[in-house]
Design a protein around this ligand. Structure first.
Ligand SMILES: [Zn+2]
Length: 291
């Protein structure tokens, strides 16, 4: 005979033992009268083993609730397939505009960029706008007017390259009283937009002397007899400036520096590149982020 332990009053998941049953099976398992905690208040005879091993947790309401929950989740994902990514874009936007502790708050909320009321108050309004206005998984939200707010008529979905280009052609920097687009200043200075942007916004520089001072990384090389910076060489050769920087840092010079990836270097394209200036003073700007 198995040891008798009174379970009356004990709870096992949704079951509460309310009495002992005289039912048994061929293994002589003990059965208890149990009542489910759900609305149905179902009473059933459940074997002690089932209670202890959690084979029975409820009258059946528990698993049907689980199924309903899973079905709901599946239906939600079917209905809003981009919910997760759009939500994270939305959260990022809110942080940039309203969370003073965020690094990039200065470039957004810090200079008065806000989110329109309808979006701010209701994520689903933003979600529906996104879906109807060209949202795709490879795109991010872009403000058409960089000084304008996050609102339907000032936003679109764009690739990062489009956004960078857009910024470079629409943002004006005033240096020594002259206003030109970032792209124009890039061509004049030979510096990349991220360096110009950093100096203008973070360091608050407004003169050519400050803005265009050579940075520690901005060595000038002689390219086809003309002194050029790496970004200028990049533009002339079509090689990514990042590639040039990496090569330069590895000590690669001359023809090897401007070797086209996967292409044979044409003899006629042989270009005289020699190092003219290596380091011109220390730059106070942090360049690390672009290298
Ligand atoms: Zn139940």
């Amino acid at each position: 005979m198995k040891e008798f332990k009174n379970l009356i009053g004990q709870k096992f998941n949704r079951w509460t033992v309310i009495g002992i049953s005289d039912k048994t099976n061929k293994h002589y398992d003990r059965y208890w009268l149990c009542q489910c905690s759900c609305e149905s208040k179902t009473i059933r005879e459940v074997s002690e083993l089932s209670l202890i091993k959690e084979r029975s947790k409820s009258c059946g309401c528990y698993s049907s609730e689980k199924t309903t929950e899973m079905n709901k989740e599946r239906a939600f994902t079917d209905k809003y397939p981009h919910y997760k990514r759009i939500k994270s874009i939305y959260d990022g936007m809110r942080k940039r505009c309203y969370n003073i502790n965020k690094d990039n708050y200065d470039s957004y909320g810090g200079r008065g960029i806000s989110i329109c009321k309808e979006w701010l108050e209701n994520f689903m309004v933003f979600y529906n706008w996104a879906i109807k206005n060209g949202y795709q998984d490879n795109l991010t939200i872009d403000r058409i007017d960089n000084d304008g707010n996050y609102k339907p008529d000032n936003c679109r979905w764009a690739t990062q390259e489009m956004q960078d280009y857009n910024r470079r052609t629409t943002i004006y920097l005033t240096i020594d009283g002259e206003s030109k687009t970032v792209l124009e200043w890039e061509k004049i200075s030979g510096l990349s937009w991220s360096v110009l942007w950093q100096r203008y916004n973070k360091s608050g520089y407004r003169t050519k002397e400050e803005m265009f001072k050579p940075s520690q990384e901005y060595v000038k090389l002689i390219h086809n007899g003309i002194e050029k910076t790496l970004p200028q060489i990049a533009r002339d050769t079509g090689i990514q400036v990042e590639t040039l920087r990496k090569r330069y840092k590895r000590g690669i010079r001359d023809d090897e520096l401007i070797k086209q990836v996967g292409k044979q270097n044409n003899r006629e394209n042989k270009i005289d590149i020699r190092e003219e200036v290596t380091t011109i003073g220390r730059d106070t700007d942090s360049i690390a982020h672009i290298l």
